[in-house]
Ligand binder design. Structure first.
Ligand SMILES: [Fe+2]
Ligand SMILES: [Fe+2]
Length: 297
């Protein structure tokens, strides 16, 4: 079926096979990947006819394992369904780990698979918004985030081949196209994580103009010293997930004030009494600040 048009009938049969072969939740994921791949195929001008085939089939053998299911699906697509188009097979084969020299189809499928609308990991929404029209720059950003996430979780879906993919992308993406997440977006992510752990009265202060050492202060308080420790751990975990490392930390729960210095972002966590006592917000009173307002539906 090389370079012919894949008919609706063929794709429907393929999708029916996937539906019968995987768990319901995986089938629903597949449908969301198809929808996302369609959206991104327009954005990045990928050939939808062939991408759709790859998106339908990419997880048809997901139960065969984290690292194996891509290659196994690609082999079946070729043998059982007579799909010989090398780019379709490559996209299916490498959708989990990527590889140096990946085709446009592979990259668009990888983006759609990572960022489909049902993805639970908290970075997904920030990443969707951060994508640009430069496919390779967008792919590089997403791979770097996957790497940071995987290192934290111990997932095996990132390996030497994936690192080779990152290195290859880095060589190809010009510096002015590289996407860096804005520091404020990162600060908001941390505020959101703190809010979810019951931090109170979270304030973000933009100190960039007045300070030579950081861009944003995040200030919040905790109901007690144990929660204060838990909030500090949460902030550290969140930043590690985003790929930002802790430069230094001062204070412990008992002291009523913990300071976490991440370079561009400094997190100050207090018990209520210590916050009132030090009143560091007053020191930065002439800087722009905002109360963190959580999104609630
Ligand atoms: Fe997969
Ligand atoms: Fe998938």
């Amino acid at each position: 079926m090389n370079s012919t048009v894949y008919t609706r009938e063929f794709k429907d049969k393929l999708l029916q096979f996937v539906k019968d072969n995987v768990k319901q939740t995986r089938y629903e994921h597949t449908l969301r990947v198809i929808a996302k791949a369609k959206e991104y195929s327009e954005r990045y001008r990928a050939d939808w006819d062939r991408l759709e085939v790859a998106a339908i089939f990419h997880d048809a053998y997901r139960h065969e394992g984290n690292l194996e299911h891509g290659p196994i699906a690609a082999d079946h697509l070729e043998k059982d369904w007579s799909v010989t188009d090398p780019e379709i097979l490559e996209a299916v084969r490498y959708h989990t780990i990527g590889h140096a020299g990946a085709s446009k189809l592979t990259m668009v499928l990888k983006l759609a698979d990572t960022l489909e609308d049902g993805r639970p990991f908290s970075e997904a929404e920030v990443l969707r918004k951060a994508l640009t029209d430069d496919l390779e720059a967008s792919m590089l950003l997403v791979m770097q985030r996957i790497k940071a996430y995987v290192m934290k979780s111990g997932d095996d879906r990132f390996n030497e081949t994936s690192q080779g993919f990152i290195d290859w992308l880095k060589e190809r993406v010009p510096q002015d196209k590289e996407i860096s997440m804005s520091i404020k977006e990162t600060a908001l992510q941390v505020a959101k994580a703190l809010d979810a752990k019951k931090a109170q009265d979270i304030v973000l202060i933009n100190i960039a103009e007045r300070s030579g050492f950081a861009d944003w202060f995040i200030i919040a308080d905790a109901a007690n010293s144990r929660l204060l420790e838990a909030l500090a751990d949460e902030a550290e975990d969140k930043m590690a997930q985003i790929g930002e490392e802790l430069h230094h930390k001062e204070g412990v729960g008992e002291s009523g004030w913990i300071l976490l210095d991440f370079g561009d972002i400094i997190v100050n966590l207090f018990t209520k009494a210590k916050r009132d006592y030090y009143n560091i917000e007053k020191i930065w009173a002439d800087c722009d600040s905002e109360q963190y307002v959580p999104e609630r539906n």
